[in-house]
Design a protein around this ligand. Structure first.
Ligand SMILES: [Zn+2]
Length: 277
């Protein structure tokens, strides 16, 4: 799934590549998927996009926004898969779900994995949307240690779900999914099932520092090595804790890295550095 470092990378590349282009058309590709959500029909997308000029691209945590100069925007919500740019003359991949054409012959395709949401709406509709701008993304001015502490206190399920639940739920902090979660918890030396009220002040600070450091490093490296950017290139961030490193020695203490299942997904951790509650 696309997390904040991938969203920031793709948004920056859209900024550099797509701004100034004019939409010519939109069409569904050869693939369909029941977990692909659009806010209008394909014909409505095509009709309302035609002639609109791309004016900006940015991201809010895991969401990417491609703005047009008439106050409308495409909102790529929390999604998995590939958003790829194709210059004029380059064929789209054989399989994809959505395609946008520009008047200069270039195109954009989206190939979905897991699930995806692509909204087309006005900026006012976006501001009013209950899920659009939720949560505070790491590395923003708002995301201070004090605010992080407050978000932890306000997490309604803090006595029921471990810290993993808080970190991957975008309505509190928007940007982290199951991918970066593993390294963040390892760097903070916290087990994913630890309940928030049991975290010491030092552990909260370590967690905050691990979030900021991991996100900044991953953005600098263009995202994870198992995700692709707008130009179909892998990112340069190699995860310490993943399905690729399970069984290998922990980089800090050499205990073999373990896989557990927790809150509906795999977690990779060092059982010695991240003591189970
Ligand atoms: Zn260890």
């Amino acid at each position: 799934m696309i997390e904040m470092p991938e969203a920031a990378t793709i948004a920056r590349q859209m900024q550099e590549t797509l701004v100034g282009k004019t939409f010519k058309g939109f069409a569904r590709g050869p693939l369909t998927h029941k977990f692909l959500w659009l806010t209008k029909t394909a014909d409505e997308y095509a009709a309302s996009l035609a002639g609109k000029r791309v004016s900006d691209a940015d991201n809010h945590g895991r969401s990417i926004f491609l703005s047009m100069d008439d106050e409308h925007l495409l909102w790529f919500g929390e999604l998995g898969g590939r958003i790829l740019y194709h210059p004029q003359g380059e064929s789209p991949p054989p399989k994809y779900h959505l395609q946008w054409h520009f008047t200069d012959g270039s195109a954009l395709t989206y190939s979905l994995q897991m699930w995806g949401f692509v909204g087309l709406l006005s900026r006012a509709e976006l501001q009013a949307h209950p899920y659009a701008l939720v949560g505070i993304p790491p590395l923003t001015e708002e995301f201070t240690l004090d605010r992080f502490d407050l978000l932890l206190e306000e997490y309604p399920e803090k006595t029921k779900k471990g810290v993993k639940g808080f970190l991957v739920t975008s309505k509190h902090m928007n940007g982290i999914g199951n991918g970066y979660l593993q390294d963040i918890l390892f760097k903070a030396k916290i087990h994913p099932a630890r309940k928030i009220p049991t975290l010491t002040d030092d552990e909260r600070q370590q967690l905050y520092v691990a979030i900021q450091g991991t996100m900044a490093e991953a953005i600098k490296l263009g995202g994870r090595d198992d995700e692709r950017d707008l130009f179909d290139q892998p990112g340069g961030y190699h995860r310490l804790m993943s399905n690729q490193t399970v069984g290998q020695p922990c980089p800090d203490c050499t205990t073999p890295i373990e896989k557990i299942t927790y809150l509906g997904g795999a977690c990779y951790l060092c059982p010695n550095c991240q003591v189970a509650p």
